[in-house]
Design a protein around this ligand. Structure first.
Ligand code: EPZ
Length: 422
């Protein structure tokens, strides 16, 4: 196990180039199963979730090569119809493979992904949509068996704009007979990237990025070459690192429309953010202004995946902010760790809290509770004159490529060291 040692006080500033989005590459890797040929994917982030998805693809017979930022997936020979339980247990987002497997095969079996630190993460909306496409589903002793006796296009109304359920439905429907209409679809940019990948393979998907998506089923898909969109959440995380330490930041290759919900909030904290053809330029305020209300909501609302990071910013802002986490039922675990560093956070309910900015935080030994919570602790530590230890950083490495080296390249004094088992 490893931990970060952060000695704060330096400005985090300079120029940054961020690779592809974790939440785009994972469904795109699942989509490679739908063609009996080879796909080449560029701008793939070097993160542990990608390696886990590679293991899953190899376990069903795909040949996968990952070099530098390019992934080559040959899915011509799928020789296993079942996904090993250990993979799904280790990475619950692998449930996204279910839609692609049943899109290609007549049967698949996968274990229920179960919950994770931030919530129970049910998949009822996924399963209801697949059933409406004609898939027969049997659930027993923690496993899901899907049988494709027939699969016909259907009109599907998602009861919540679930990102994963939208993606699984698209992946299953691209090879179905007829047209599938998805109402109340999730609008996240990563779904648009999935649509673009699938259409390049020969699929007929339109509407991604809006709440209505239409898929005309086709007979066959072919391999394709594609480059993954930049990671808006990673970019937002590094932007906050600069704001918290008074650094100026330039980021290449951002897609402005993807960043808007995050930039809007940072502007209300006093930041100047300018988009140029190269990317974006951020100038921090002299005094960070508290944001009255941070309420997370599905895109184009403020992303839940940025809630912990912007809370770190608010712990040292001038004034008081109210946070309302509306997407996941347990996504405030970083609060207790931030409080250990001197943050003033009061719980109002289990998903509403009040953050009163303090002049400074203190170094402490804190623990990453989940991917974005861990990142928020590093951000907080960057402002502390002193040494902060952040343990269980495997959470952070799931979603941030080379986190400590990227921060070090921007001026941070951060080291990753092995935890001595007590
Ligand atoms: C995706 O998770 C992302 N993960 C999450 O990012 C992100 O936080 C989330 O979307 C919301 O934007 C990937 O893309 C790999 P949901 P997903 O289905 O698809 C409930 C990160 O930090 N729900 O939109 O699992 C669910 O319990 C991760 O990068 C049901 O009730 O999210 C949750 O409360 C964390 N039934 C809400 O919907 C279902 O069948 C949103 O979940 C499905 C979801």
């Amino acid at each position: 196990m490893y931990k970060y040692i952060v000695r704060g006080g330096n400005k985090i500033e300079g120029r940054l180039s961020i690779r592809g989005a974790k939440n785009a590459i994972l469904p795109i890797m699942a989509a490679t199963i739908l063609s009996e040929s080879t796909s080449i994917i560029h701008n793939v982030p070097n993160i542990s979730d990608v390696y886990m998805m590679i293991k899953i693809l190899e376990s069903i017979g795909c040949k996968v090569d990952y070099n530098d930022d390019t992934l080559v997936v040959d899915s011509s020979n799928i020789n296993c119809k079942e996904i090993e339980e250990e993979y799904v247990r280790k990475m619950r987002s692998s449930i996204i493979i279910m839609g692609a497997m049943i899109g290609r095969l007549d049967y698949t079996k996968i274990s229920h992904p179960g919950g994770c630190a931030i919530g129970s993460r049910p998949i009822d909306i996924h399963l209801k949509a697949l059933k409406e496409l004609g898939i027969r589903i049997e659930e027993e002793s923690g496993f899901i068996k899907c049988y494709k006796d027939k699969m016909v296009g259907a009109t599907i109304k998602l009861e919540f704009p679930s990102v994963g359920a939208t993606e699984n439905t698209i992946l299953a429907a691209v090879l179905a007979k007829g047209t599938t209409k998805i109402y109340n679809a999730a609008r996240e940019p990563e779904i648009e990237d999935l649509q673009n990948f699938l259409n390049a393979m020969g699929a007929k998907v339109k509407g991604a990025g809006t709440n209505y998506i239409e898929i005309d089923g086709v007979e066959k898909l072919h391999g394709v070459e594609h480059s993954v969109i930049p990671d808006r959440i990673a970019v937002g995380t590094y932007m906050i690192a600069s704001v918290m330490t008074g650094g100026r930041l330039e980021v290449d290759r951002v897609i402005a429309s993807h960043m808007e919900p995050i930039s809007d909030k940072l502007r209300s904290a006093g930041c100047e953010i300018e988009y140029t053809k190269e990317g974006l330029k951020l100038k921090p305020p002299k005094i960070i202004q508290a944001i009255d209300l941070v309420r997370t909501s599905p895109h184009p609302g403020f992303p839940t995946d940025m809630q912990a990071q912007i809370m770190a910013l608010m712990t040292v802002a001038n004034g008081t902010s109210v946070f309302h986490e509306t997407i996941f039922e347990n996504r405030f675990m970083h609060c207790a760790e931030l409080i250990k560093m001197g943050a003033s956070i009061k719980y109002i309910t289990e998903n509403i809290c009040m953050v009163k900015g303090v002049d400074k935080l203190y170094s402490a030994s804190v623990r990453s509770t989940d991917l974005r919570g861990g990142a928020s602790l590093v951000l907080a530590a960057l402002t502390v004159n002193g040494e902060t230890e952040i343990s269980d950083i495997f959470h952070v490495e799931r979603g941030y490529e080379d986190f400590e080296n990227v921060l070090r390249g921007l001026g941070a004094d951060i080291n990753k060291i092995e935890e001595i088992e007590k």
